[in-house]
Design a protein around this ligand. Structure first.
Ligand code: TXA
Ligand code: MG
Length: 322
C-alpha cells in the first residue's frame, strides 16, 4: 500500500478533508495528539477497527479509546452525571481519558459495558474529528509492546506502507500517553498514570485511587501486557549503589544509562534529561534511539513518583517486564 504523507504546511482544512474522507471509507490515519501519535479508524466500522488490531499486532481483548471533538459527542456516547460533566469540561480537551458507562451497543465497545473517551488537545486531531459524524478509535501508534511514537520519524518507520495516511505533526508535546481514570467506581480509579498528574487532578477536587492489582487487570485489559519496551533490556534503579550492584550482572554488554543526574560510571551511551518534563517528553524517543545504536541494557534511574514522574516510573516498570 502507498501511504500518503501529509505535512502541516498543506493547511488544516486540506489535511482534515482528506483524512475525513479516508476514515469514512474505513481507511487508517496516523495523526498527532498532544501525548503520542494515534493510529485511528472509524469507530463504527468493524472492518476499519479490525485493521488497527492487525496492523499493530494488538490483542483483541484490549479495548480502544474513542476520540471526540466536542462535549456533545461524549454525552451521546456515555452516561454523564453533573459532577462528571464538570470534570470533563475542566480537563478536556487535554490528556485525560475517562472511562464511563457506555450508551452504545457492546458491539462497538469491545464487548464492554464501559467506554473510554478522550478529546485530544491538538488542532489537527480535533479538526479531523469535527468533520465526522462519528468518533475515531485510536490506540497509540506503535507496534504492540514497543515504545509509542512521539515523533513523525517513529511512526513513519513503523507504519509507512501499512496505513493510508500519516500526518507529519513533528514531535508531540508530552511524549507520554493520557491519564486514564475509571469514573464508574467510587472513588474513581487511576487505571493508567499519564500526562495529567494525580496532583493536578486533586487540585481540581478529583480524587483517584490505585485499584488493587487484580481489579486493575480485570478493568484495564491493557495493563495485562508488557508494554512500551525497546529491544534492549530495561533495568530501572532507585539509587546509585543499586545501579552499581546491578551493573555487575551485565559486564561485557553494551550498557546505557538514562536519568536526571549523571552518575560515576562509564557507559556506552548516557542520556541525562534537564528535568522531569523532558524525561517524559523524550523517554520513548530515547529508548528507540538506544535500540538503533544496538545497546543491550538500559539502566533507567527512576524519578520521584510525583507529577509526570509517576507515569515515567509506570512506563519504565512495564518496559522492564520480560
Ligand atoms: O494518549 C493516549 O491516550 C493515546 C493517544 C493516541 O490518544 N492513546 C493510547 O491508547 O494510549 P492505547 O490503546 O495505547 O491505550 C489505551 C488504554 C489501554 O490500556 C486500554 O486497555 C484502556 O486504555 N482502555 C480502553 N478502553 C477501556 C475501557 N472501556 N475500560 C478500561 N480501560 C480501557
Ligand atoms: Mg499503547
Amino acid at each position: 500500500m502507498e501511504t500518503l504523507i501529509l505535512k502541516l504546511s498543506s493547511g488544516l482544512e486540506y489535511i482534515a478533508d482528506i483524512c475525513a474522507d479516508v476514515l469514512i471509507n474505513s481507511g487508517i490515519v496516523i495523526f498527532p495528539t498532544e501525548t503520542v501519535y494515534g493510529i485511528g479508524a472509524h469507530a463504527f466500522r468493524k472492518d476499519a477497527v479490525e485493521k488497527i488490531f492487525k496492523i499493530k499486532g494488538r490483542k483483541r481483548d484490549n479495548p480502544l479509546i474513542f476520540h471526540v471533538s466536542n462535549y456533545d459527542m461524549i454525552y451521546s456516547l456515555a452516561d454523564v452525571s453533573g459532577r462528571v460533566k464538570k470534570i470533563i469540561e475542566e480537563f478536556m480537551p487535554g490528556p485525560l481519558t475517562v472511562v464511563l458507562k457506555s450508551r452504545i451497543s457492546k458491539e462497538f465497545t469491545f464487548g464492554l459495558e464501559t467506554i473510554a473517551l478522550r478529546m485530544p488537545d491538538n488542532l489537527v486531531a480535533l479538526k479531523i474529528i469535527e468533520k465526522l459524524s462519528f468518533p475515531v478509535v485510536a490506540p497509540s501508534a506503535n507496534i504492540s509492546g514497543s515504545p509509542s511514537g512521539t515523533d513523525f520519524s517513529h511512526v513513519f518507520e513503523d507504519f509507512n506502507g501499512k496505513v493510508d495516511v500519516i500526518i507529519n505533526g513533528g514531535k508531540t508535546v508530552f511524549g507520554i500517553e493520557s491519564t486514564v481514570i475509571d469514573m464508574t467506581t467510587e472513588p474513581f480509579s487511576l487505571l493508567r498514570p499519564g500526562a495529567v498528574s494525580k496532583e493536578e487532578l486533586e487540585e481540581k477536587g478529583v480524587n483517584v485511587v490505585f485499584p488493587e492489582t487484580e481489579d486493575l487487570l480485570k478493568r484495564s485489559p491493557g495493563t495485562r501486557y508488557r508494554h512500551y519496551a525497546p529491544n534492549a533490556l530495561v533495568v530501572p534503579v532507585n539509587t546509585e549503589s543499586e545501579l552499581h550492584e546491578k551493573m555487575k550482572d551485565y559486564r561485557g554488554k553494551k550498557v546505557a544509562f538514562i536519568g536526571l543526574n549523571p552518575v560515576k560510571s562509564i557507559f556506552f551511551k548516557e542520556v541525562i534529561f534537564h528535568n522531569v518534563a523532558e524525561y517524559g517528553r523524550l523517554l520513548y524517543a530515547t529508548l528507540r534511539y538506544l535500540d538503533a545504536v544496538s545497546v543491550d541494557v538500559i539502566f533507567a534511574f527512576l524519578p520521584e513518583k510525583t507529577g509526570i514522574g509517576l507515569a515515567i516510573c509506570d512506563r519504565l516498570k512495564r518496559a522492564s517486564e520480560r
